[in-house]
Design a protein around this ligand. Structure first.
Ligand code: IVH
Length: 683
């Protein structure tokens, strides 16, 4: 593979034909490793090589915007926001599936089919997991992704092409290495989110004070319904394809043949698909999948059983909007009934009050549950949940259990309705609900509940990174009144600390040292640490990059913030409000007085490692890998995870791995930790 960096173009005149050829070549060259990585889970090139191809394409498109196309891999970051979604009429309606809960329903399904086809011989089926996500249709014309839509009502769905372009497991061009692509392909599948990714997303949302998604399905649906596709691009969505609509230029004889062909075009198919010789085989498959589904990376709500042969499917046809040839055999729900003993409002870091139901303990999917979230007052009203009610509770995607619904027939008349308190249960300050918001909030910024949460966030690893400041200590600081705001942390003295419970002299010293060490965060970390509502880690980075200094934050207006691509009106308002607030300004001033000083401001910052790529291998003795990485990045350099030609320095520690050998083979510059320290100005 020939890698040309930007510099190679200078001085060489490229004709439009050269550019088109190069751009087309690059897109294919990027699409293939994408497919190997995302679809086959079997990478063929290193991150460094991939990044180099991507950068070259970006540069070429930047210089020659006339050759940009919406399906270019560079466009996966999202397009300008839409006013509303268009509609798409499906050429062939997207049907739904008949459900079965019991084994006998499945046997009955098989018998019905045999009766209908007037046969005694066993029917061959294909069984596949039923994913709990969002059904979509992708249309490829001449192998190019053209339109993508939701299922909608089955006949007409919403045009979510822009959003689907951001999903890396959806190819923008069909691969033609083994099988030619058809003239037109309508392929259907499920967009979903893995449970771990869902938890991570919710964690980030919690940290930035955004509302949480109830389960991975809602998170996937919410992410796909964004009018701004750059938001979708940030969400960890994936797809599995399982069905077709209209196809021109290629015939399939069976579901199995289809599922074997789709991956050859780069379309992801669930590896758990199974060919079954009889209905009994499908039941065995169901039992097997049910056994491991709890440990599986994504949620499955059942198994879909389909007649394999397409000719038989055609003969069987459909009845009341569902095919006669398919059945969804559902897993038992992770739901139980129990009784609500009380409902309490819990106060979080951003002051949001969340109603939590305290219930008689019940085991759901092997876990004891005694509390469940009721989300907010609107949810309580909508579901009409009362204290004393018998309710259905479910654990969705392993998160906080939620109350699904009330069983009204179990009511005795003694149930009591719940309304959010108008005073904060922790500090007694007023509770308000702002227009347009679902949540109630405590207005006091000195509310101990908020303060504890804010300190915890402020000190956390990805914020100010104050080692050793745990929850118990924070409780003591706040409860004894030693710490009344975040800045107070930096005014603590050893003699204040030692008398505290479980605080030896040594740990007091350590904590003070950790606080001292935390005093020079980057602007982005500092902004994130302040815990501004809606400003999570990523948004804080975007803002810091744009505004460059703390002063920039004090002066910026909502209008100016709205000019930044990823910033919407809510974030803009929240940030401006935060920095206009007098108490907040004073707190920042006190932090500065205590010696908190941000890394030098962007304009003045030297970036001596600009354009240089580093790779680390082996154990460093005087700093951690992460510290070394931060150092390189702070000085404008980049750290790659694997060795390639573009790497400028390979830093070798103790017991280096295979990267060392590869680096020598490629003749790269190899340095040790001491030389690295000199390079970054530490020695
Ligand atoms: S086949 C006519 N296969 O289930 C057959 N559907 O109730 C159409 N689903 O809207 C669907 N995993 O969202 C099929 N492996 C799978 C599926 C699956 C999930 C969903 C799909 C559809 C719903 C039908």
């Amino acid at each position: 593979m020939v890698l040309l960096s930007n510099k190679h173009y200078e001085g060489i005149a490229m004709t439009p034909k050269d550019i088109v050829e190069r751009v087309t070549w690059l897109r294919k060259e990027i699409e293939y490793p994408n497919y190997r990585y995302y679809v086959l889970d079997d990478p063929v090139i290193s991150d460094v090589e991939y990044d180099a191809l991507m950068r070259e394409l970006e540069e070429l498109e930047e210089r020659h915007p006339e050759f940009k196309t919406p399906n270019s891999p560079t466009q996966r970051v999202g397009a300008p926001p839409l006013e509303e979604f268009g509609t798409v009429t499906h050429t062939i309606p997207m049907l739904s599936l008949a459900n079965a809960m019991e084994e006998e329903d499945v046997i009955e399904f098989d018998q019905r089919i045999k009766r209908f086809l007037k046969t005694d011989t066993e029917i061959e089926y294909v069984a596949e997991p039923k994913l709990d996500g969002v059904a979509v249709e992708l249309v490829y014309e001449g192998g190019e992704f053209a339109v993508g839509s939701t299922r909608g009502d089955g006949v007409t769905g919403e045009d979510i092409t822009q959003n689907l372009r951001t999903i890396k497991t959806i190819p923008m061009h069909l691969i033609e290495k083994e099988v030619a692509s058809p003239e037109r392909l309508e392929v259907r599948g499920e967009v979903y989110m893995e449970v771990e990714d869902f938890k991570e997303l919710n964690k980030k949302r919690q940290e930035s004070g955004e509302s949480l998604f109830a389960n991975p399905r809602n998170a996937a649906a919410g992410s796909l319904r964004q009018l701004d596709s750059s938001v979708t691009a940030q969400r960890p969505l994936k797809i599995f394809c399982y069905n077709i609509g209209e196809v021109r230029g290629r015939e399939f004889e069976s579901q199995w043949e289809l599922l074997q062909t789709l991956p050859k075009w780069g379309l992801r198919v669930n590896p758990l698909i199974h060919r079954c010789k009889s209905i009994q085989d499908t039941i065995n498959y169901y039992t097997e999948v049910n056994e491991f589904r709890e440990e599986h990376p994504y949620e499955m709500d059942g198994v879909v059983i389909k007649v394999n042969n397409f000719e038989l499917q055609r003969r069987l046809g459909e009845v009341s909007r569902s095919p006669r040839w398919a059945l969804a055999y559902k897993f038992p729900a992770k739901q139980e009934t129990t009784k609500i003993i009380n409902i309490k409002a819990q106060v979080g870091r951003t002051g949001a009050l969340t109603p939590v139901a305290e219930m008689e303990p019940v085991r759901i999917g092997g876990v004891e549950v005694k509390r469940a979230t009721l989300h907010n007052q609107d949810e309580i009203d909508k579901k009409d949940v009362r204290i004393g009610d018998t309710v259905v509770v479910q654990r969705a995607g392993d998160v906080i259990p939620e109350v699904v619904k009330v069983i009204p027939s179990k009511r005795t008349g003694a149930e009591q309705t719940f309304t959010m308190p108008d005073k904060c249960p922790v500090c007694g300050a007023d509770v308000v609900r702002l227009p347009g918001e679902a949540v109630h909030r405590c207005v006091s910024i000195s509310c101990p509940a908020q303060l504890k949460g804010r300190i915890k966030h402020f000190a956390s690893k990805r914020a100010m990174d104050v080692d050793g400041l745990g929850v118990k200590l924070i409780d003591q600081f706040v409860d004894t009144g030693m710490v009344k705001d975040i800045a107070d942390l930096y005014y603590l003295k050893e003699e204040d600390l030692v008398p505290l419970e479980r605080m030896a002299e040594k740990s007091a010293e350590n904590l003070l040292q950790a606080l001292e060490k935390s005093k020079h965060p980057s602007l982005a970390r500092f902004i994130y640490a302040l815990g501004i509502r809606l400003a999570g880690e990523h948004i804080s980075q975007v803002l810091a990059q744009r505004l460059g200094s703390l002063n920039g934050f004090f002066q910026v207006t909502e209008e100016e913030l709205l000019e930044i691509p990823e910033i919407g009106p809510e974030v803009a308002q929240s940030v401006v409000r935060f920095f206009r607030d007098r108490a907040n300004r004073k707190e920042i001033e006190r932090l500065q007085k205590a010696g908190v000083k941000l890394e030098e401001e962007r304009e003045e910052k030297e970036e001596p490692l600009n354009g240089m790529t580093f790779v680390f291998t082996g154990v460093l003795e005087e700093m951690s890998r992460n510290e070394a990485k931060d150092l390189v990045e702070d000085l404008g350099g980049e750290v790659a995870s694997s060795v390639g030609k573009r790497v400028d320095y390979v830093v070798v520690g103790k017991d280096p791995g295979s990267k060392y050998a590869k680096a020598r083979e490629l003749g790269l510059t190899i340095i040790d930790e001491g030389e690295f320290k000199k390079l970054v100005g530490l020695a």
